[in-house]
Design a protein around this ligand. Structure first.
Ligand SMILES: NC(=O)c1ccc[n+]([C@@H]2O[C@H](COP(=O)([O-])OP(=O)(O)OC[C@H]3O[C@@H](n4cnc5c(N)ncnc54)[C@H](OP(=O)(O)O)[C@@H]3O)[C@@H](O)[C@H]2O)c1
Length: 337
């Protein structure tokens, strides 16, 4: 059996290119006792992957040139000599950018069985996977969301952000989203549960925040860092929470100096909290979030958004779309039927 896989061929520049990867075809060996074979159905892309390509994200070992590109996927077990994984099981975990995975089920792979929920398997990488868990725990645990809170979200139409309008609404709060195009802003309001939206490329951000938050922001869910974070800090209400989820505006060129915040003092002045988090810290509670969000999807309270490309060769393009602001919702790639 032939496995097609993408290995790192070059460190990326500003743009992630197809030529940063090499498509290899390798013969799969037979599985051994204690292993299972997974056919990959979907792979996920995430901004952190650019760090894997550079020299590691500080949370994983750096990738070397020639290494299989790292990433999560969802697949079907098609052969098994492992007691806990049966043929037909749908499983998500660290698959790497390849069509088949031979896995021994060890903790490194972080393989979880996917419950059959009547939704596409791709959701195991999006709203019912790490992306959705990041939205859920980021907003509810780190952001300590309360009824009546007024929430501002950056990259609101991205993977994590696209769940936050409904998650806020479900708890009796309201969210305003920041996005780069009018189409994304429209989607935020018409489909994704946001009360309002700000096109940060064409509108006066400060004036629009004042319009939507006359009393100030209770929760700022930050996916982008940089100047947007600085503006949001200047608009905080007392006892507000700033959720430092990600800093994609600073991921593009590692050699440029990081943005220096000017409005730090607002944290003290408003007696607010600012906290980062790493989603895997919440791993013991993932199953609770998954069950609850699946129920909300079934009840029509949580509507998710996916952006699906087709074929392993599209993985570099899919990853680059995050940095060129092309993705709408969670970016995934369909790999095999
Ligand atoms: N803390 C954790 O454990 C954890 C876990 C998962 C993800 N994260 C972080 O959460 C954030 C969202 O992740 P995601 O996977 O859902 O990605 P995503 O939001 O889908 O990322 C892509 C979006 O980011 C926005 N963007 C790209 N470049 C930008 C720039 N220079 N300035 C401002 N916005 C820019 C674009 O939206 P617009 O077109 O609207 O600008 C783009 O569509 C990322 O920062 C990621 O690193 C953290």
């Amino acid at each position: 059996m032939i496995n097609r896989r993408l290995v790192l061929a070059a460190r990326p520049g500003d743009e992630i290119k197809k030529s940063d990867f090499l498509l290899e075809e390798v013969v799969l060996p037979p599985i051994k006792e204690g292993e299972f074979l997974l056919k990959v159905l979907f792979l996920s892309v995430a901004p952190v992957m650019k760090f894997y390509m550079l020299d590691g994200a500080g949370i994983e070992n750096p990738l070397q040139i020639g290494d299989l590109m790292r990433g999560r996927g969802v697949g079907e077990v098609i052969e098994s000599k492992h007691p806990d994984f049966q043929v037909g099981d749908i499983v998500q975990g660290k698959c790497g950018w390849q069509e088949y995975v031979i896995c021994d089920g060890s903790p490194y792979y972080m393989m979880y069985k996917v419950q059959q929920r009547g939704v596409p398997y791709s959701t195991a990488l999006g709203v019912l996977g790490m992306t959705g868990f990041t939205s859920y725990f980021g907003l509810y645990e780190v952001g300590e969301l309360k009824k009546g809170d007024q929430v501002l979200v950056s990259a609101a139409a991205g993977g994590v952000g696209s769940n936050l309008g409904h998650l806020a609404r479900i708890k009796g709060a309201e969210a305003i989203g920041l996005a780069s195009t009018d189409e994304k802003c429209k989607l935020l309001i018409e489909k994704l549960g946001y009360k309002g939206a700000i096109n940060y490329t064409t509108e006066d951000i400060s004036a629009r925040i004042d319009h939507f938050f006359p009393d100030g922001i209770n929760v700022y869910f930050d996916n982008v860092g940089g100047e947007m974070l600085d503006i949001a800090l200047s608009k905080l209400k007392t006892y507000s929470r700033v959720v430092c989820c990600g800093r994609i505006s600073e991921y593009k060129n590692r050699n440029k100096p990081q943005y220096q915040l000017k409005n730090w003092h607002k944290i003290g002045a408003t007696r607010s909290k600012m906290q980062g988090f790493f989603i895997y810290d919440f791993e013991p509670q993932f199953h609770l979030a998954e069950r609850e969000m699946a129920q909300w999807i079934k009840e029509g309270k949580l509507i998710y958004q996916e952006d699906v490309l087709d074929g392993l060769e599209k993985m570099p393009i899919a990853l680059n779309r995050l940095f060129t602001k092309k993705n709408v919702g969670k970016q995934v790639v369909k790999i095999l039927d």
